[in-house]
Design a protein around this ligand. Sequence first.
Ligand code: Z5A
Length: 229
Amino acid sequence: MGGDDIPRPLFEMGKWGFFITIEGIEGSGKSTLAKGLKLYLENLGLKVVFTREPGGSSVGEKIRKILLSKEDSMDSMTEVFLFLAARRENVVKNILPALQNGIVVIADRYTDSTLAYQGYGRGLPIKILRRLNKIATKKIYPNLTFLIDIPPGRGLERKNENDFDRIEKENLDFHKRVREGYLRLARIAKKRIYVIDGTRDPAEILDEAKRVLYKRLVEKKKIKPMRGE
Ligand code: Z5A
């Protein structure tokens, strides 16, 4: 039978929400897309929690300052543990409670960032990083991930060189490995990770993401589709 004139949220308290992550290299447009999707979902009548990593919680934001500080160098494994500590706190304090209350969570970066940057970028073993991600997240994985793909030079050009953080300051080869790593992850998790060409206009990127998200929410019975769909 047909639905209503507008898509209707079917989220309920006590039912699992929907978890969206946005990934990509620096300056790829993650925050821009996150803002657009949040507004879109709220206009559909859904409750949305936005979070970012590293950060998202009070402890996480303090860890973020340490991680991105230009002053300190850091052992690669120290870096992993700090990203994971921030993630754990974000899962426990924000992500899990929201999902348990039937809320949509949008995270600007999550587990794939660790695999792409610390795994493919720094060369740490992917298998170990996957295991550590599993522990840090209580096995809370995204329902849908948007990977915004752009060439590394393009992303860095969009930012002011003087503001580059510790990781942005890495050489171009590092950023190329991260991009390739992301694309490899997308080939492995085809169903979850949707790759978007990030070299286009932000409005076009948002439209494509909205179409994909809408379809997925209908499939997962999180919204009742419009009449005739
Ligand atoms: N990191 C890690 O190594 N391991 C981990 O596990 C995690 C993270 C979680 C912090 O990330 C660093 O931590 C990051 C990875 C590492 N390091 N690096 N390098 P972050 O997310 O805080 O910082 P970022 O990756 O550099 O993201 P950003 O600066 O927030 O960029 P963005 O969100 O992708 O882009 P934006 O802010 O939406 O847009 C940037 C600019 O481009 C802005 O002026 C926009 O107006 C413009 N823009 C956006 N879209 C477009 C399009 N389509 N065309 C033209 N211009 C655009």
